[in-house]
Ligand binder design. Structure first.
Ligand code: ADP
Length: 395
């Protein structure tokens, strides 16, 4: 184990002002990790293509480079004490080498290799008897078409590209012969269409001391066309029993992976009351953004605590909340302008988090707002108001 980590363990606190946390990725998640770290005496280093990205403002040192490139990751990793990610699709070969040389890396690169491939992720659940929908792996479009032709594959099914899919971009729902043109030409996982009652998420944290903590389950409501979360409701409107089941499954997934840091577990609650794992992300996640404003500890602070092997913070909820992703308006591409910002800020309990992306595009995540209120009903109606008032456009 490296020297700095043992320094932290001995002092049992973040009291080493030379301590450097390296983050691969300088997007909004990096930015919010940087904001959380700014309260402590630690240095945040980031690696991404441009310092003008959201994270550029909230780190002590920004290295311009490519987190998919071996040398860039290796060289960056050598200069920091603990290395973490804000995106899965980084060069894990470089991370494996750094780990061999004694660098502390969370999540561990071998687990990251499993998680970033949706096929390996599904196999992991299957091998460890963790609840998930049945699945089959296909090498590409041809093999899928052949299976349909030979009556070995039934409609409807969901196809997910094994690598590099996010925000629904690598997902196709194939309901009938009419959808064949939508089949993705990529190695993929095929699953039957799950009869979803609600989509839930539980963000879990684990440190090297073996402490595990889960945030309260949240419920996601999706935008009907963009396939992005539109409202994130906390607490999820489910029974205590289902809530506990969701937490139990998520803690079990975390303990089975055994990673340190955060693990966001996306779940399906089926119409028959089953909890199935959809997928996980070993990093801060969109489904935990509300924690900044509505929980005792934010997911970002929790990730930092976990990767530095500090005690985990309380995940208790302070207030009900609804989180809204602020997306680029349809038909607007160009320099971002926040239309209706003052009106949005006038809404009681609205906490705006604008990521500082210079350019807006249709449905690009430009920020989020967490609306807190005494009741979920109030938070929801204010969230709807905010969505009506605030638009990210280009002039
Ligand atoms: P991404 O990694 O792009 O977010 P997901 O695997 O989470 O992709 O899928 C995106 C969305 O597609 C899910 O949130 C859900 O709404 C829908 N979906 C995914 N798998 C299934 C399934 N087996 N049955 C029904 N809907 C699904």
């Amino acid at each position: 184990m490296n020297e700095v980590k043992s320094t932290i363990d001995k002092r049992d606190g973040v009291s080493n002002s030379d301590f450097k946390i390296g983050i691969l990725g300088g997007g909004q998640l990096g930015k919010m990790l940087g904001l959380a770290a700014a309260n402590w005496d630690v240095k945040i280093w980031m690696l991404d293509k441009s310092k003008s990205f959201p994270g550029g403002n909230t780190c002590s040192h920004f290295v311009e480079g490519d987190f998919k490139n071996y040398d860039d990751v290796y060289n960056f990793g050598q200069q920091v004490d603990v290395l973490t990610i804000e995106i899965e699709h980084v060069n894990t070969d470089a991370l494996l080498q750094l780990e061999k040389e004694g660098k502390t890396i969370h999540p561990s690169p071998s687990k990251l290799n499993i998680i970033k491939d949706k096929g390996l992720q599904k196999q992991f659940y299957y091998e460890h008897k963790l609840p998930t929908s049945p699945f089959r792996l296909f090498s590409g479009k041809e093999e899928i078409l052949d299976a349909i032709e030979a009556n070995k594959l039934r409609f409807p099914f969901v196809q997910k590209s094994r690598l590099a899919g996010y925000d629904g971009k690598g997902v196709a729902v194939i309901r009938s012969e009419n959808d064949l043109s939508k089949i993705l030409a990529a190695p993929s996982v095929l699953e039957p269409l799950v009869d979803i009652d609600k989509e839930l998420a539980v963000v879990v944290a684990r440190n090297e001391r073996g402490e595990v903590q889960a945030f309260p389950p949240v419920e996601m409501e999706f935008h009907p066309t963009a396939n992005l979360v539109e409202f994130l409701i906390c607490p999820a409107q489910i029974s205590d029993e289902i809530s506990q089941k969701a937490i139990d499954v998520s803690m079990k997934v975390m303990e089975t992976f055994g990673v340190c840091g955060l693990l966001a577990v996306e779940l399906f609650l089926t119409k028959s009351g089953e909890i199935l794992i959809n997928e996980v992300a070993p990093r801060p996640h969109n489904s935990g953004h509300h924690t900044i404003d509505s929980c005792y500890t934010s997911q970002f602070q929790q990730h930092l605590r976990a990767i530095m092997n500090l005690p985990l913070g309380s995940t208790k909820m302070k207030t009900p909340s609804v989180m809204v992703n602020i997306l680029g308006a349809d038909n607007h591409t160009g320099h971002a302008y926040y239309d209706g910002l003052s009106e949005a800020m006038n809404i009681e309990g609205a906490n705006l988090h604008l990521y500082g992306k210079e350019l807006t595009k249709p449905f690009r995540k430009m920020g989020h707002a967490t609306i807190v209120a005494d009741s979920l009903e109030k938070a929801k109606s204010n969230a709807r108001k905010l969505k009506e008032k605030l638009r990210v456009i280009s002039l």
